[in-house]
Design a protein around this ligand. Structure first.
Ligand code: PA5
Length: 449
């Protein structure tokens, strides 16, 4: 696999017997996962997504994406949580960071914008303003088809599309990704005749990046979804291995579980590549929503280095010792940037002249890792030679498999998210949604106390 786990900087924090005692629990969790006997077993469809491969669907995704790339200036992805974070992670990880500034000839598709992830008025208004005069296509994504944030965003964008292009043309520019048969979005898609893609029943939102949920926007981003799936497929074979000693995804899960048992409360995902910031967002949802329940779970947080060494670095080095770090380190960038020589060497940096930024980044990573380890922050290191569609597919699968196993080690259902409902019910009641009248009175009384 392109992902390799380096345990050298965490092993000193764990005794051999602690590791050994975990083996039976890992085997048991593996067995549950692979026989479909554990909690949430109705949602194990993600496990063989890369291998099962629906070729017709893949071709339709590629064809639809090619059509969008040919005609669109802007592609709006409407979705929240598992319906947007995966695509966002892969697109910002692998596409040009300044795509919207490139000359049209240099672009390999439309600019991709995300909406429906909040109720931000200014963001929404400014996005609509930016659409003026552009050729716009939309992918609205919601498994349930009823989530309020994307539903409201879609209502706003649909109205804009119909006003701008007329109803008939707007329909041709809207693609819906939702449940096979249920939900308001499916009903709307049927009534309007939108092109639709299906979110499989047995795949939960945060495990859905390798379904059309993630694949269509990723393909529009000019990224090879076949390579992404191939990387995930290779990882899926590798992480089928039951033995802890032979399965690095399980080793990652086991170490974080030992950290948790020893009283660590926070896992910090540290990246040294700004293109991975959105990947951290995807990872946080995966682990936070899968494990934070029943009063348990590590709190997943992230830092983007070296930027955050100048904001959070102090805390990591010397603050409360309730955290450990999982470092995501990429060996080689796609571009090579060399430090130029400067005539007077006024800044005293000539000793670096001719060096590549990658080499400097590596030293920063190594120095930080040693400093943090000295500061009693165990470091789990995940190294990847290069960031590309293949390695990213493998990384996604690595974390998914580890997360599922980790949830079972912790004794939770890693595939549900009952806690997400609480804010929704309150919000519906406060907004006066029919059927919530009693709760509305109770909540308003509390707010007016
Ligand atoms: O992981 C999950 O299940 C959630 O984050 C959902 O993806 C999120 O709430 C969006 O749900 P939906 O796709 O039904 O609109």
């Amino acid at each position: 696999s392109p992902v390799s786990l380096n345990l050298n900087y965490i092993a000193p924090f764990v005794a051999d017997h602690e590791w050994d005692q975990l083996r039976p629990a890992v085997s048991e969790a593996h067995r549950r996962l692979h026989t479909g006997n554990g909690a949430g077993a109705d949602f194990l469809g993600w496990m063989d997504l890369p291998d099962k491969g629906d070729h017709e669907e893949l071709e339709r995704i590629e064809k639809t994406a090619a059509g969008i790339c040919e005609h669109a200036d802007v592609f709006i992805v409407i979705g929240i949580g598992g319906s947007s974070l995966g695509a966002k992670a892969v697109i910002s990880g692998l596409s040009h960071s300044f795509h919207s500034f490139l000359q049209p000839k240099k672009k390999n598709g439309p600019d991709i914008l995300f909406l429906g992830e909040h109720f931000g008025s200014d963001y929404t208004a400014e996005l609509l303003e930016a659409l003026a005069g552009k050729n716009v296509y939309v992918n609205v994504i919601s498994k349930s088809g009823t989530t309020t944030e994307p539903a409201i965003a879609f209502r706003i964008v649909k109205t804009w599309m119909e006003k701008t292009y007329g109803k008939g043309e707007a329909k041709k520019r809207i693609i819906a990704t939702t449940d096979r048969e249920k939900g308001a979005l499916k009903t709307m898609a049927n009534a309007e005749g939108y092109e639709t893609f299906v979110v499989p029943d047995d795949v939960g939102g945060r495990y859905s990046v390798l379904t059309p949920v993630g694949l269509l926007p990723i393909a529009v981003g000019g990224i090879s979804i076949r390579d992404l799936l191939a990387g995930a497929r290779e990882a899926s074979y590798e992480y089928t291995e039951e033995r802890l000693s032979h399965n690095q995804a399980y080793q990652y899960a086991a170490f974080r579980y030992l950290m948790y048992q020893k009283g660590k409360q926070i896992e910090l995902l540290s990246t040294y590549e700004p293109k991975l910031t959105d990947f951290s967002g995807w990872w946080k949802q995966l682990y936070g929503e899968s494990e934070g329940k029943d009063g348990k779970g590590l709190f997943p947080a992230s830092v983007a280095f070296t930027s955050d060494l100048h904001s959070m670095g102090q805390y990591v080095q010397e603050g409360r010792r309730h955290l450990f770090e999982t470092v995501l380190y990429i060996g080689k960038s796609r571009n090579k940037i060399q430090i130029p020589r400067s005539d007077g060497d006024e800044d005293g940096l000539d000793f670096l002249a001719g060096e590549h930024l990658d080499a400097i980044n590596k030293k920063a990573y190594q120095g930080t890792m040693l400093a943090h380890t000295d500061g009693s922050v165990p470091n789990l290191i995940l190294e990847m030679e290069q960031l590309n569609a293949f390695s990213m597919g493998a990384l996604i699968y690595f974390f998914e498999k580890a997360c599922a196993l980790s949830g079972y080690l912790l004794g939770v259902n890693p595939f549900d998210q009952p806690g997400v409902e609480s804010y929704k019910q309150n919000m519906y009641a406060l907004l006066g949604k029919p059927g919530h009248a009693k709760r509305r009175i109770e909540l308003e009384e509390r707010l007016n106390e």
